[in-house]
Ligand binder design. Sequence first.
Ligand SMILES: *[C@@H]1O[C@H](CO)[C@@H](O)[C@H](O)[C@H]1NC(C)=O
Ligand SMILES: *[C@@H]1O[C@H](CO)[C@@H](O)[C@H](O)[C@H]1NC(C)=O
Length: 688
Amino acid sequence: LSISTYNKMWAEAQEALNSLLQREIEDKPPKVQKDRITVFQTLATFYIKYVQIFCNLETAYDQIVHPQKRLVIRQVLEGVMGRILELKNEMVEVENSEFHYFDDILQDLKLSPEHIEIPIPRYFIKEKLKVLREREKILAQILINAGLQDIKPVSIPWVLVIQISERARQGRLRATFMKQIYLEEKRERQARLQGAKGPNVDAAAIRIQKVSFVSVRKVLAELTMCFVHKSSMNRNEPHNTEHSELAHITGKFPDYPNEEEGGSTAIFSQKNPDQEEEEGWKMAPSNFLPIMKEGNNRYKDIWQNRDERWNFPQEYDPELIKEEKRKEVEEEIRVQVDELMRQELKNLKLAVDKEKEKKQKKGKKGKKGGKKVKFSEIMYLVCRTIDSLYKELVEEGILIKPKTVKLSDYVGEYSYLGTTLRQVDIEPMPSLTDVRQLIALYGILPLGSQAVHEKAPLVKALLLAGPTGVGKKMLVHALCTETGANLFNLSASNIAGKYPGKSGLQMMLHMVFKVAKQLQPSVIWIGDSEKTFYKRVPKSEKEMEPKRLKKNLPKILKSLKAEDRVLVVGTTKRPFDADLRPFCKVYKKIILIPRPDYASRFVLWKHIVLQNGGAVTKSLNISCLAKVSDGFTQGHIVCAVQTVLSERRLRQMTNKPLTAAEFLTSLARQDPVYKEEEETYKVKLTSM
Ligand SMILES: *[C@@H]1O[C@H](CO)[C@@H](O)[C@H](O)[C@H]1NC(C)=O
Ligand SMILES: *[C@@H]1O[C@H](CO)[C@@H](O)[C@H](O)[C@H]1NC(C)=O
């Protein structure tokens, strides 16, 4: 596909977005709807259309190299992702369920279920390959040095694979450009030979760039002056007097708004008055509509009708640099000034606290002993570098290496009967595709994108519940693979005996979350998470102290802010062993992972046989395998397939094709998930 194809794809996505935005904005103030089904249909239609736009923008962003175009596409793309999450949130509220069935709407729109698969933006990984590769190397080295990993040759790291394919893609693009440049030069040469002197594009571009460089520097200098001036004025006027007064009266300073809250800009901004509630449902206000609107306007103003015939290599458009740089510089300087002010405030705070401490020490000697120890402990942690904390956590087996698994490796089919079943009041079992969607929406998109994480409905903890072998762990690894997240293992069995005592635990958690936040995104995994909230601790597990995290976990979640791309993921196969109230208070989002249904088992058998080197021929009746394996999980199927497909059996493949009977014998040796057990899940979890 050529560059113009992707430009066209982008243009079409923008057009679709434009009309969608008009429909969303027309509805202002939002109409109040009473009929639940109409409400859901409205939401679902928007949702599906945004997912289409998301797919096309993602592809365009992945393929278009023009740096300034990428800025606009990225802005719109993140707006669309966030809007999808907002709509999802609304649908969950309206339907009171995490699972939605769109089959009838898809039919109306003439789309198939694959059209609503959430794409995973490739830039999540591609744009930080260097950092990830470096980190992967460091992790491997620490593991080797600590004797936790064999030195035997490791398979090619996956980031390398991506990098190689990315280089190849860039190479292909470059080749196309080179050809275009060559043709253009040839045309110019010919024109010149014929006497008609063409414009010298290169010289002109260089001249423009020189001019703009000088002007950027000038703008920068001016802005710096202006900003420093403004900030020092702010500081000298009401704020400073307020600070010193407060310091005298209470010994405390008001907190300076942090960067994500807007820093100095937050001080001046006004809060919106709350809107009044009415009966019925109406669309909640959106954080992402303004972002998309702005991106859409930028597109229309700059790109929609831009003549780009001169720009074959799709390079920077110098005229655009000036305007953009001005904004960037403005923001950068504001952040720096804020940082200075924040630091100053901190120093003052410390000075005041020290003064107070001295006075108290004189007054009542010895009484404050406990506090001082804590302070030095904290100072000790503050002084340690992230590198040293990282190393310690790896050596303790708390920071672990995620397996390379893509979300698309979680194979499964759609449930085609969802709407029909719901209409007759039967709650359908979610399908594996539903599970994949939820992982993408609640895990991958917010972990991958800062903008989405900060402004979309916030999910701090996710629970994956389902029987053994349905791929819960695999999904945790996929979360990390798709976003480049660090993986921490805080399972009760993994922290047993490590960092003992109350202060030990506090220190460990402090370390974990400090590293998790600084090197974000991060996934904090708690396996067998019901144990933290055991109703009764089994005798055999007493020594492990499974409830160690119970008190601290809610506090930590509270301290996580919208800007911290850290997700706690619990997995459990026995949720009913937990005291459900505190359990569900921590894990506000629960994804029930069912065993695979017929359609999914059909795809799974085929996929797993092929994956393990087997050949699928007419002699292998997959439909028979899918039918008979009702009640078994992916884990069972993998086990059955791997048992059959020994090296010896693989060698015989050409002469002796595989049959269903071979696999069934192997499967028969395993216990299926019983229907009653599954019903317990459905009933208990839907009532949670
Ligand atoms: C987490 O730790 C526990 C206990 O050491 C272990 O059983 C489990 O496999 C670990 N998870 C991973 C992915 O290594
Ligand atoms: C495959 O198995 C199914 C169900 O067990 C059966 O109905 C079908 O006839 C079989 N197909 C072939 C080609 O043997």
